[in-house]
Each structure stands twice: as C-alpha cells, then as structure tokens.
Ligand binder design. Structure first.
Ligand SMILES: Cc1ncc(COP(=O)(O)O)c(C=O)c1O
Length: 356
C-alpha cells in the first residue's frame, strides 16, 4: 500500500536527519573466508554449543530472562563485585547506555579517528556534538597530548578503544590514568573488545577512578558475536545509573546462559589467542615479502597498505572467496585483514600473492 500523498511524511528528530547512514556490509558472508569483521574465525568453544544443546527446552524460551546466575559468574570471572557489572547486548549497547546515562543533548563527546564507528553513531543519535581527534599520521599512534589538550569543561564523555579498531594500535595504563585525571567530569570508556590479544586492561583502575568504564565483549575471541553479549565494568553507583537507563531484558537468554559456559573454557580462549598471534606474525612476514607495508597491531587484525588498489584488491579477494575490509575512506590506501588461524592466513597470502 502506498502512502496517501495528502498526508505529510513524519519528521524524525534533527539529530537523526543530520546523521550519515552507517551500513556495514554484513550480507553474503556465509560461504567465504571471513577476514572482514575481526570475529573468531573458527567459531565459539564446542563446550558452549554442547551446553546450549543440553540446556534447550521449550519452557526456557517462554519466560523473560533472569540474569542473577550470569551476573554472579561474570563478577567472579572479572574479579569485581556484582553491583559493578552491567550486562549488555554487546558492546554496542554498552556504548548506547553509557551515552544515554551521562551525555545530554548538545553535550560534547570526544572520540578518536579512525575508530569504532558506534561511538560517533550513538553520540549523534543522542544529539551530542562529536569532537574528533586523529591518530598520529604515519604511525597511527595514540595521540595522548592532543587528547589531553582537547578535554574541556564541555566534554562529557571520552570514548576510546584499546587496542583501537581499525588501527590496531594501543595505549598504555599510565596514559589512561592521565586521561582519567584530566577528565574527572567525563565518563571515560575504555573499550577492551580485543583485550585478550593485547593483554592490557584498565580494569584494576576501576576501584580508583569513579569516571572509568571498561567494556568487554564475548563477540571477538570467544566467538559469540551472534549472541550479542558484553559487559560494562565500573563503580557500583555508575552501574546502578546505567541499569536505570537500560531496557530490562536487552540481553537475550541464549547469550546470558552461553556466556557461563564460555568463561569456563579458558583453554579454548588461550589456545585461539596463541594461534592468532602466530598467524599475525606470519601475515606480517608474508605481506613484507610482497613489499607491502603493515602497521603494528595489538589485536586480531592488521592494516596493510595497498595504495590506490585497496578497493580493487578487496574486490578481487572477494571474488576468490576471501573477505577483507577496505578502510581507505579513513586511512589512505589501507585495507584491514582479520587474523584467523595460520592455515587461513596462508590461504589469504596465497590469494593475495596472485593478485599483487
Ligand atoms: C572496538 C570495538 N568495540 C566493540 C565492537 C563490537 O562489539 P560487540 O559485538 O560486543 O557489540 C567492535 C567490533 O568490531 C570493535 O571493533
């Protein structure tokens, strides 16, 4: 049915009209080697699948989820008190709830560029002004001094990925402490989606800094992106305020119970991290052999320079069944490849070699 031309179209909010649409290429990936979204490339722990199969029964789906057991298990896993945890529908909801709790319409949010797109996205949806600082040209290093200088009384949130996506570069704890001290009036998010690869965490600082929020996700190393589960870890008074702003059932039951099995299989995570780190070295060496520059990465992906061929290389790899992400729209000439197993990287390098 078409709309009645006599009736005016409904106007969305100004903030929504101002936003650029964001639509990551998520279709048609099933039969390809997926080195494009920084996921776990072998799937989650088989113990998670077995646990779910065993737990599934019709009644489970009929009731709204309860989170008590999951929250208790996660508190133990992250070594925090239960009231310090906010369970979220992935990091994405963590960012959304943080912004909705602490940032008002017209407030300023500081983000880095290039970085994870959802920081800008949820800030803009909230009607905030986004101030953007660039990673250092040439090295893509964290711009600490520039960030410290950019914090003003108007800044309400500082959103940082550590290590950062897509640059792969990280920032150390002394620098994070300087930011926390320079921004006592801001919600400072340290998004540790790739923590297991970098092993740098701001979590021990949570007890000291009431403005610190650490997010973790089960979408990456744990291989559960489709389950949509993550957490925010912060002081209890912040967590209580965030829960106040959150839908009571935003985390679905499958994610909430699967995560309990996932955190028990630490062997799976350790072994996958070991495999990825070995494959990352292999990728850097293989790309160097082809004369391709890479940026140092602390995560399960690397950026490499393809010059003016970034889009054509991406397309040619796709035609050969290998997916990578073009990032040339934000870092000239760069392509991002997710690191999977050594066998997968071997295939990627072999295909690339034939195109290069
Ligand atoms: C820095 C960073 N944070 C968060 C996410 C998304 O996490 P989630 O699936 O938990 O929403 C990504 C995914 O690419 C990411 O790169």
């Amino acid at each position: 049915m078409g709309s009645d031309p006599a009736l005016p179209a409904l106007q969305p909010r100004e903030a929504v009209l101002r936003m650029a649409p964001y639509s990551p290429p998520t279709g048609g990936r099933a039969d390809k080697l997926r080195l494009d979204f920084n996921e776990n490339t072998i799937g989650c722990s088989p113990k998670v699948v077995a646990y779910l199969k065993d737990a599934l029964e019709a009644n489970l789906f009929a009731v709204y989820p309860e989170y008590g057991e999951t929250r208790a298990a996660l508190a133990k896993f992250f070594a925090v008190d239960e009231p310090q945890i906010v369970l979220t529908n992935g990091t994405d909801e963590a960012i959304q709830v943080l912004v909705n709790t602490f940032v008002d319409d017209e407030d300023e949010v500081l983000v880095l560029h290039p970085s994870y797109a959802m920081y800008r996205f949820y800030s803009e949806v909230a009607g905030a002004h986004v101030k953007e600082l660039s990673y250092r040209a040439g090295t893509l290093a964290f711009p600490l001094e520039e960030l410290l200088a950019a914090i003003t009384p108007a800044t309400r949130a500082v959103l940082i990925a550590n290590p950062n996506n897509p640059t792969g570069t990280g920032v150390g704890l002394p620098a994070i402490e300087r930011i926390l001290q320079a921004a006592p009036h801001c919600a400072v998010l340290i998004d540790e989606a790739y923590f297991e690869f970098s092993k740098v965490t701001a979590l021990p600082l949570v007890a000291k800094y009431p403005n610190l929020f650490v997010s973790r996700t089960f979408s990456k190393v744990f291989g559960m992106a489709a389950m949509r589960i993550g957490v925010i870890l912060t002081q209890a008074q912040n967590a209580a305020m965030m829960r106040k702003c959150q839908s009571p059932y935003s985390v679905n039951l499958l994610g909430a119970i699967a995560v309990r099995a996932a955190i028990q299989d630490t062997e799976f995570v350790e072994s996958y991290v070991g495999e990825v780190l070995a494959a990352r070295e292999m990728a850097c060496a293989g790309l160097a052999k082809l004369g391709i520059r890479t940026y140092p990465s602390e995560a399960n992906f690397i950026l490499f320079e393809a010059g003016d061929r970034s889009i054509s290389i991406r397309d040619a790899l796709r035609a050969r069944g290998v997916l990578v992400r073009d990032r040339s729209y934000e870092i000239a000439g760069c392509v991002r490849v997710t690191i999977g197993t050594r066998a997968q990287i071997e295939r990627f390098l072999k295909e690339l070699e034939q195109l290069w």
